[in-house]
Design a protein around this ligand. Structure first.
Ligand code: BEZ
Length: 221
């Protein structure tokens, strides 16, 4: 179908998916002009919010600021984004500090021309043609997209889940393991399924391995 005839049709450009290089950009932010490539070597959580001076977004900004020290311990930085101007962002961030007593310690991108939002597919026209959804892109230290989470406009994000995903990905990278449902740091991790009959045999005999069956083994780190 012709995308001009159907404004809700998906954009023709390909959007980043898990495992893809994070699309590069240069953007005006509350911390001045920043390039994504400047963050190489750190993990980055690039997240969008619908609009400044809105209540759910305010609760989220406060909550992101609260987890920022924990993220920094994981070598992970935060970058917010909406289609508001840098002046609006500055005014809102000042208001959050004045009225809520919380300092916003991360840059906020002023994506007035929707350049970054379009690059990352942060606008879901079926939900809103003008505002960015609550998108979260977890980008690793090599600038590869590792996780993508979308929440609707009306649902504030769960910061503990975002923090948990960063921790799980870092544990996965360090130990070549996977993490089970509802995993929290300190709990047993999952061994990826063995790729041969011989590996399956060795797996179940391995010391410290807790196997329900050859394909389902857990261990402590
Ligand atoms: C909010 O942040 O409160 C909000 C923003 C857009 C739609 C609904 C709620």
């Amino acid at each position: 179908m012709d995308p001009i005839a159907n404004p809700l049709a998906p954009a023709a450009t390909s959007l980043p998916r898990i495992g893809d290089p994070a699309p590069q950009f240069t953007a005006d932010t509350t911390f001045g002009t920043l390039k994504l490539e400047d963050f190489k070597g750190s993990w980055v959580i690039l997240f969008s919010h619908p609009a400044d001076f809105t209540p759910v977004c305010t609760t989220e900004f406060i909550a992101f600021a609260e987890i920022h020290p924990d993220l920094r311990k994981l070598n992970c930085e935060l970058m917010g984004l909406s289609v508001d101007s840098v002046y609006s962002h500055i005014a809102w961030v000042r208001n959050v500090k004045e009225k809520m007593g919380v300092e916003i310690t991360f840059p906020v991108i002023a994506d007035l021309n929707k350049e970054v939002a379009t690059l990352y597919g942060m606008i879901n026209p079926g939900e809103s043609k003008t505002e960015t959804s609550r998108a979260v892109f977890i980008i690793d230290d090599k600038q590869v997209v590792r996780a993508i989470i979308y929440y609707p406009l009306t649902t504030g994000r769960n910061m503990q889940e975002i923090l948990r995903v960063v921790k799980a990905l870092q544990v996965t990278d360090e130990h070549t393991v996977a993490t089970p449902a509802n995993w929290e740091p300190g709990q047993k991790v999952i061994m990826p399924p063995p790729k041969s009959a011989e590996a399956a045999e060795m797996r179940v005999a391995e010391e410290g391995m807790e196997c329900k069956d050859w394909y389902f083994c857990k261990k402590d780190l």
